[in-house]
Design a protein around this ligand. Structure first.
Ligand code: PDD
Length: 288
């Protein structure tokens, strides 16, 4: 079955799906994106992902290319036309195509791409836990915007792969972890505090992060938002990361040293199970 993409109003086979060589996404990384997980054909946390897309676009003063209702419809079409059971839907919006010049072009309209694909379940990885490394955070100071400018993230993820790890955590100048190259970072401290960094401009405020925060409230777990240092997390009871594609993923190795005795922590496993239970709830009950 050939994959189908949506590009600027048309559904086209992937191989025929194109944008201009002068698209500002290509030339300047002048655009934003969202990745939303699909489970059993249903989008997880669709509304907050679309709300964050609106936020990223408004911070960059790029117009929303479609009304939210229409974008919801396109996402469903992409799921249906590509027969996605478990996977992702990817939305990208750029400032559009125009003669290459740095300032915002007059009269360009945003480029909208929506694609989707099935992907393998990551349950086995969650059962064994992942290894991470640390790298300096060399990114810009607006990481709250989900920009397609991901060069530092690409380099970090590649460094992780080359070190036999799955994720790289960015470290700021003070020695604190900001976030992973494509995940938010959490720990259960030695004192039993559940901690994640506060959502300021130094991290992407993950949709999974926010859902887990809500879950913590429901489960009456006390959560503290503050920076986490590398030395503190190295001594933590547990560590895990969250994202739309990894859900909740336990971390068992940091820079080659065992974390949490080398096995996924109990709270990470519990939060993963609760998160998936919430995601699998019939959608008629709540439009999330
Ligand atoms: N990454 N931090 C960064 C830098 C990310 O790229 C992501 C998501 C997250 C987690 O956000 P969320 O829970 O909304 O997925 C945090 C996506 C999955 C990606 O780029 O593929």
């Amino acid at each position: 079955m050939s994959r189908i993409a949506y590009v600027n109003g048309r559904y086209v086979p992937h191989r025929q799906a194109t944008v201009s060589i002068e698209d500002r996404g290509l030339q300047f990384a002048d655009g934003v994106y969202e990745v939303t997980a699909v489970r059993s054909g249903q989008l997880i946390d669709e509304t907050p992902h679309l709300e964050r897309l609106k936020y990223s676009l408004s911070e960059l003063r790029i117009a929303m290319p479609l009304a939210l209702g229409a974008l919801r419809f396109v996402q469903r079409e992409i799921i249906a036309r590509n027969r996605i059971a478990d996977g992702i839907v990817y939305i990208q919006v750029t400032r559009g195509a125009a003669r290459r010049d740095h300032p915002f072009p007059a009269g360009a309209s945003p480029t909208l791409i929506v694609t989707g694909r099935n992907s393998k379940p990551n349950a086995a990885q969650a059962d064994s836990g992942i290894a991470v490394i640390t790298v300096p955070d060399i990114r810009w100071q607006r990481c709250d915007i989900k920009s397609v400018g991901l060069l530092a993230n690409v380099l970090a993820k590649q460094a992780a792969r080359e070190a036999g790890a799955w994720e790289a955590w960015f470290i700021d100048r003070e020695g604190y972890i900001t976030e992973g190259s494509s995940t938010n970072v959490w720990m259960v401290s030695q004192d039993g505090e559940l901690v994640t960094r506060q959502a300021d401009h130094s991290i992407l405020n993950g949709i999974t992060r926010r859902t887990i925060q809500r879950l913590c409230g429901d489960l009456q777990l006390r959560l503290v938002e503050r920076p986490i240092s590398v030395s503190e997390i190295a001594q933590a009871r547990e560590a895990f990361v969250t994202s739309a594609t990894s859900f909740v993923m336990p971390v068992v190795k940091l820079n080659g040293h065992e974390l949490s005795d080398g096995v996924p922590g109990a709270l990470a496993r519990r939060l993963r199970a609760e998160y998936l239970r919430l995601a699998d709830r019939p959608k008629a009950a709540s439009r999330r």
